[in-house]
Design a protein around this ligand. Structure first.
Ligand code: AMP
Length: 383
């Protein structure tokens, strides 16, 4: 009982993007107040929070002010500096803990943790110089690989393919880092993710796997449920549960997998927070990933992860604004489609501005509808 942070209390959020916005909306629906720390003003999270504290993540006075004004803190973005979280932890519980953040904000630490825990991961080696890269490439028998910076990589940033020995020098120079991993290139049949929540008491609830397709390394379409053999889906949910338990996560975590042609699962990466592939849970499941995060960090029991209807999500990138204002009349003319916008002012190419979700009688139908609705963004107005 004493672990419960009751509705009416205040939750602090580190990070101020769309994940924080949807978290804040879920928190406010449950009667909580939300304070967000953000380096920018008028952010997607700040627009819906009770208080937006504008300060750099390394402004430790502002961090202390935030931490003293709230009952618990969570984060929506794993690149919050570890020192910031350590300061917050002196004044308020941080969930998931700083330790989870510390492991997952560095690919080498994350993959080493998973390997030691006996969880199948893409084969990887730590490389800290060009010489080490050359040795690592030879170790993997000169098979094609992907060189990734250990820190600060997302949506394909901070990674470069290496197809042969002649690529090594340029690949190493282009990353401009002295801390990276070399992974083997996986010829996968599909990419899936499992998002799971874990409560303070250690209960785990994992959504069934979502099927993800990317464009230019950025998530494009998610369908739920993923089209997989039942045994592979069950195994993915089981692995996700193991990861949350072994990392002692209190909150939400996403496990991204490659599925090979022979049905093997390999973990690509973890995100210790709700994930873009879980946005469709807002419209298609009893409890969405953001509500699960609120429940978990506030010490409440988890909600049901039961899916109500097959669903598909399409991301809306800034590119859709390149010819001016989208055709809202056409987009909103799809009554089965839910439009989510993040309140961002500047629609730059590649920037996530919002998403669409369709539910239908089948995943195929939902996907076809959501893609038609997205195509309507750039449809010419009839006038
Ligand atoms: P990441 O930032 O690690 O999630 O990588 C972004 C995307 O690049 C993944 O979703 C994959 O489509 C692709 N990718 C990353 N690592 C590998 C790999 N080892 N083998 C094949 N494709 C990869």
């Amino acid at each position: 009982m004493t672990d419960i942070i009751s509705p009416g209390s205040t939750i602090g959020v580190l990070g101020s993007g769309q994940l924080g916005r949807m978290f804040a909306i879920a928190a406010r629906r449950l009667g909580y107040r939300v304070h967000v720390l953000s380096p920018d003003q008028d952010t997607p999270t700040g627009q819906v929070a009770d208080l937006e504290i504008n300060a750099d993540y390394l402004d430790l006075d502002a961090i202390e002010r935030l931490a003293r004004s709230v009952d618990v803190v969570s984060f929506e973005f794993e690149n919050v500096p570890f020192e910031t979280v350590q300061v917050v932890e002196r004044f308020a519980p941080v969930r998931p803990s700083g330790n989870v953040l510390h492991i997952t904000q560095n690919r080498w630490r994350e993959k080493s943790f998973l390997k030691q825990a006996g969880i199948p991961v893409t084969p990887f080696q730590h490389v800290q110089s060009l010489d080490e890269l050359k040795r690592a490439f030879a170790n993997q028998k000169n098979r094609p690989g992907v060189l990734k910076t250990s820190s600060w990589g997302y949506d394909g940033k901070g990674q470069v393919p290496v197809r042969g020995v002649n690529d090594l020098e340029n690949a190493w120079k282009s990353l401009q880092t002295d801390d990276a991993i070399l992974e083997e290139f996986i010829d996968f049949s599909c990419e899936i993710s499992v998002i799971a929540a874990r409560s303070i008491k250690g209960d785990v609830a994992a959504y069934q796997p979502f099927g993800n397709t990317h464009q230019n390394h950025i998530l494009d379409i998610t369908v739920s449920p993923a089209q997989l053999p039942a045994s592979v889906a069950a195994q993915a949910e089981h692995i996700a549960g193991q990861v949350l338990t072994q990392l002692n996560v209190v909150g939400v975590l996403c496990v991204e997998f490659f599925v090979t042609y022979d049905g093997q699962l390999l973990v690509n990466e973890l995100a210790p927070r709700p994930h873009n592939s879980g946005h469709l849970t807002i419209d298609a499941h009893v409890s969405c990933q953001f509500e699960q995060q609120v429940r978990a960090v506030c010490g409440l029991p988890l909600g049901s992860i039961r899916q109500l209807r097959p669903a598909a999500m399409a991301n809306l990138l800034g590119d859709l604004w390149s010819d001016g204002e989208p055709n809202w009349d056409a987009v909103c003319g799809f009554p089965e489609v839910k439009l989510h916008l993040y309140g961002k002012q500047h629609p730059r190419p590649g920037r996530k501005m919002g998403h669409l979700v369709a539910t239908a009688d089948s995943v195929e139908q939902a996907q076809a509808i959501v893609q038609d609705a997205r195509n309507a963004f750039t449809a010419k107005t009839s006038a």
